[in-house]
Design a protein around this ligand. Structure first.
Ligand SMILES: [Zn+2]
Length: 370
């Protein structure tokens, strides 16, 4: 590592532009790794997190300011702690930003994403004590270097670029949701909201997992065609607002209904659209919500009981699942070539934030390349 300082974009005040500050490069503790950041995803929801989050979701705390944001970082290992075994300087990695306490019952049971203090490094936390995790790892990806626990790293194969790896967060969220939903060969999967960042990720993962038929809902006709073109024989896209989702899915499944559902509708979507998706399920299957729907949904629990349909909540994924995705990409079952990278330097961070509304649905991949 050249020098002892680095540049980092920090938010000092909510609603104000980020500022490029000079900070010491972090030093790894025994089981930590320091990564030279090559790319960090600028996820669409970051705009909400930086401006409205505390009003929308006061129970999901932001780090104390000033803070370095940046959720999905990839880069090269620069330095490792003396107890790190499987990573060495020069390794290409993705950093799973999910930090957990490491000592609660969930963590000790190897379920870090159900830790009460689950915290996204460089984003927001899920528990009242998330600040402890922010204090331990106060480095988001919008910096030249970041510190991470060795357990959070994913080895990247040579054929996955740093920019592509910066999409692993939403891809992994879809991956974990699909594992919970159990869709695979022979099945029809409904993806409610298929053209956004998460929905497109779910579509790519489902194609890779061999799901036979993928039915997605969407609003933007141009994006719908683009998604369908990924696999015209396997993907059907239903425009929202042209009849119920449930009736149209039943028509496409010979009256049976979908074998699994993944809800990728974001905050601001109407709750009825989710319930319409649940009505499209066949008897006895699971509908997995991972999209961040903000409003309470009027769920027909009696119909779901009669039909034995489970509504499952899912967020994020483990580094192990991230490694499985990296392996899929290495061997070509997960196609990451569809993304259109929109790159910004660290000192253009505020321009990247302002450009989010111009994105071409989930195809655009906003990345900051420090
Ligand atoms: Zn824990």
């Amino acid at each position: 590592m050249a020098g002892t300082t680095m540049r980092a974009a920090r938010l000092h005040t909510i609603g104000q532009p980020m500022v490029i500050d000079t900070l010491p490069i972090p030093e790894p503790r025994a089981t930590d790794v320091v990564i030279q950041v090559k790319a960090c995803g600028f996820v669409p929801n970051l705009g909400n997190v930086l401006t409205k989050w505390q009003t929308w979701f006061p129970e999901l705390p932001l780090p104390h300011l000033p803070a370095i944001f940046g959720l999905d970082a990839s880069g090269v290992v620069a330095k490792v702690g003396n107890l790190v075994q499987k990573f060495k300087p020069g390794d290409r990695v993705y950093v799973n930003p999910a930090l957990s306490c490491g000592s609660c019952r969930s963590c000790r049971d190897n379920n870090p994403t159900t830790c009460n203090n689950l915290t996204f490094q460089g984003y927001f936390g899920f528990g009242p004590e998330s600040q402890k995790q922010f204090d331990a790892y106060p480095y988001g990806g919008f910096a030249e270097y970041k510190l991470a626990p060795q357990a959070n790293l994913v080895h990247l194969p040579e054929n996955v670029s740093f920019e592509q790896a910066a999409r692993f967060g939403y891809l992994g969220t879809a991956y974990a949701a699909l594992e919970k939903g159990g869709a695979g060969p022979g099945d029809t999967l409904l993806i409610n909201g298929i053209t956004g960042t998460l929905g497109l990720g779910a579509c790519l993962i489902a194609l890779g997992r061999g799901v036979t038929q993928i039915i997605g809902t969407a609003r933007n006709k141009e994006l719908m065609e683009k998604v369908k073109a990924l696999a015209p024989n396997r993907i059907r896209v239903l425009p929202l607002g042209e009849g119920t989702i449930a009736e149209r899915v039943r028509k496409l499944t010979k009256g049976r209904g979908a074998d699994a559902g993944i809800d990728c509708l974001g905050p601001g979507s109407p709750g009825e659209t989710m319930m319409d998706g649940i009505y499209a399920m066949r008897r006895g299957c699971s509908y997995v919500n991972c999209g961040g729907m903000g409003e309470p949904v009027n769920v027909n629990v009696h119909w779901m009981m009669d039909s034995q349909i489970s509504l499952v909540g899912s967020n994020w994924f483990t580094a192990g699942q991230g490694q499985e995705m990296a392996d899929m990409a290495e061997f070509g079952t997960l196609d990451l070539s569809v993304f259109e990278h929109s790159k910004y330097r660290l000192d253009q961070i505020n321009e990247a934030l302002a450009a989010i509304p111009t994105r071409n649905g989930g195809f655009t991949n906003f990345v900051v390349t420090p």
